[in-house]
Ligand binder design. Structure first.
Ligand SMILES: [Mg+2]
Length: 181
């Protein structure tokens, strides 16, 4: 089986590193007890989120992100029987850093790393013949679904509104799903 993994918010714990960056580099602090998307948590606009992420990548902060819990173990385990690819919507200039992070943190179990920026992930998944994709962003999950690719939405506070897509609460849930496939 050919599996596509998203990186940020699925295998890579980008969220906390981004929060530290916002505070250290921009003096933007989370609003106490506020949950949800960055917009809600920090009281900023979507345009600002995008600009701040651009700045985050400009400062090579993606290299500092830890993996999600058990990410390396899970991709190693699945690698025994499956092909696995990373497809991330990060900006193109992060390609080398992203590959460095993936092979350094997740090991050599990953068969390919694709930084597709603004491209339709569903079309890209079709092009590489993917059977299953795991993503935390509803719009990307829907792109895969529309492309006829089986998709799992990785649970996050900011995707609770999305219905109609299978949801996983942990990377171990993904393994269980793949083993039953
Ligand atoms: Mg993501």
């Amino acid at each position: 089986m050919r599996i596509i993994w998203d990186l940020d918010g699925v295998l890579c714990n980008t969220y906390e590193t981004f929060c530290v960056f916002l505070e250290d580099h921009h003096g933007i602090k989370a609003i106490k007890d506020q949950k949800g998307m960055f917009e809600d948590r920090f009281g900023i606009t979507s345009k600002q989120v995008k600009e701040l992420f651009d700045d985050f990548y400009k400062h090579d902060q993606e290299l500092l992100c830890p993996t999600m819990s058990y990410a390396r173990d899970v991709v190693s385990e699945l690698a025994r029987r499956h092909e696995q690819y990373i497809v991330t919507a990060r900006p193109k200039h992060t390609r080398e850093n992203t590959k460095f992070w993936v092979y350094g943190r997740l090991g050599l179990s990953i068969d390919g790393v694709f930084v597709v920026s603004g491209a339709d992930k569903g079309k890209f998944g079709q092009a590489i013949g993917a059977d299953l994709a795991i993503d935390d962003m509803p719009h990307h999950a829907l792109e895969y679904k529309d492309a006829g690719i089986d998709v799992l939405l990785y649970d996050a506070p900011y995707n609770q509104h999305q219905e109609g897509i299978g949801r996983v609460l942990s990377l171990h849930d993904v393994v269980r799903y793949v083993n039953k496939w």
